[in-house]
Design a protein around this ligand. Structure first.
Ligand code: ATP
Ligand code: MG
Length: 359
């Protein structure tokens, strides 16, 4: 290879359960993409951030996990959690939430796209009808731990939890969403609000949307109250292009969106630090799926689509687009689909088919 070959270093963390089965398929496709598109992929695998690691060490990650990870260009993540042995709040707070916070991954990004071969729970929709992004604020908002309980255990019990919005925190997620909308054909941004009920923080959010919108005269925007917006996701998903929400509203929308377009097995997600000061993390939406783990039947598409998002983030746009084409081609082939899509293929078979379709 010549000395100016593009090089990307990735930390590979398969985690628990089916994470260990879908990760090799994600890597298979990434390696094929690297060889076809002329970049070098340096990978470093880690066994921590898993409940197996917890069983051996009494914690999810080593104390010096940041040192061990080093400075990769991205983190490629499988799934974490094995509630039979480690309660979810321990496994999640001890792993993925550490990454989000330490690496200031303030954007959570999920595509909502109806793919061929994936039965849509909404009647009458065809692939191509639904294609938008959900951008969730990932570091502040409603998920602050500010608050407390007064007079606990008495009749006067009083419980308060505050929402924290900072100008910096709100503006940066809005700018990310407007930037994304600007790259799209329709150039439209929808903001989730609830300013008719939440009378301080949500009007502030709306006001920042209007302020940031002036920087993007070519992007149109509107806003919906979260109650109507969730209904619109189900009734008129074709009207959206980029949807942005606070931590809580974005959380709800980023689960509802992929649910509207079919199985959990195909959906990807990204936790992004857009400035690249810290690594961003790419992972399928699904969890470790203990009920099917170890059987070789998990759908690897969510992991492989996450790989495509990672390559896009790393600037390998052509390779990312090629992976998406390969995924669509394989999903359109009944024999190559996994059981959750009424096919008979195993995890490896489906992953190999996507790698082969890649060109
Ligand atoms: P989380 O760990 O994110 O809280 P969860 O534990 O609630 O998620 P999952 O682990 O995603 O849920 O599993 C939910 C259901 O979806 C299970 O029945 C699981 O078998 C199924 N499932 C999840 N991922 C896949 C996949 N890749 N292929 C097929 N089925 C899947
Ligand atoms: Mg789980």
């Amino acid at each position: 290879m010549s000395s100016n070959t593009r090089k990307h270093t990735i930390a590979v963390i398969p985690g628990d359960g089916i994470g260990n089965e879908v990760m090799p398929e994600g890597m298979r496709v990434l390696e094929k993409a690297a060889s076809l598109y002329g970049f070098e992929l340096k990978q470093k695998w880690h066994d921590f951030s898993s409940c197996d690691y917890y069983a051996r060490h009494g914690r999810m990650m080593p104390e010096n996990w940041k040192e061990q990870i080093g400075r990769p260009d991205a983190i490629f993540f499988g799934a974490v959690g094995w509630p039979e042995t480690v309660p979810d709040h321990i496994s999640l707070w001890g792993s993925i939430i550490q990454f989000r916070r330490e690496y200031d991954q303030y954007i959570n990004l999920r595509p909502v796209r109806l793919m061929p071969g994936v039965p849509c729970p909404l009647a009458g929709r065809e692939p191509g009808d639904i294609d938008f992004w959900v951008v969730r604020e990932n570091t502040e908002g409603e998920y602050s731990s500010v608050g407390g309980i007064m007079f606990p255990g008495t009749e006067r019990e009083l419980v308060i939890q505050d929402t924290v919005m900072t100008r910096v925190g709100v503006d940066r997620v809005l700018r990310y969403a407007f930037d994304l909308a600007q790259t799209r054909e329709r150039k439209h941004l929808t903001s989730a609000t609830k300013s008719n009920g939440i009378a301080i923080t949500m009007p502030y959010w709306d006001q920042r949307v209007e302020a940031i919108a002036t920087e993007y005269p070519d992007v149109s925007h509107d806003k919906y109250h979260i109650d109507i917006l969730t209904a619109q996701f189900v009734m008129n998903p074709d009207r959206f292009d980029v949807v942005v929400g606070s931590n809580l509203f974005g959380d709800i929308l980023s689960d509802l969106g992929p649910a509207c377009t079919g199985t959990i097995g195909v959906a990807p997600s990204a936790n992004i630090n857009p400035e690249g000061k810290h690594p961003s993390l790419f992972e399928p939406v699904h969890g470790s799926a203990p009920d099917i783990a170890g059987q070789g039947i998990a759908n690897p598409v969510g992991q492989i689509w996450s790989a495509a998002m990672m390559l896009e983030h790393l600037g390998e746009t052509d390779a990312a687009t090629a992976i998406m084409r390969a995924i669509e081609q394989v999903l359109a082939t009944p024999a190559a689909r996994t059981r959750d899509l009424k096919g008979a293929a195993g995890t490896e078979e489906c992953g190999k088919a996507i790698a082969e379709a890649l060109q």
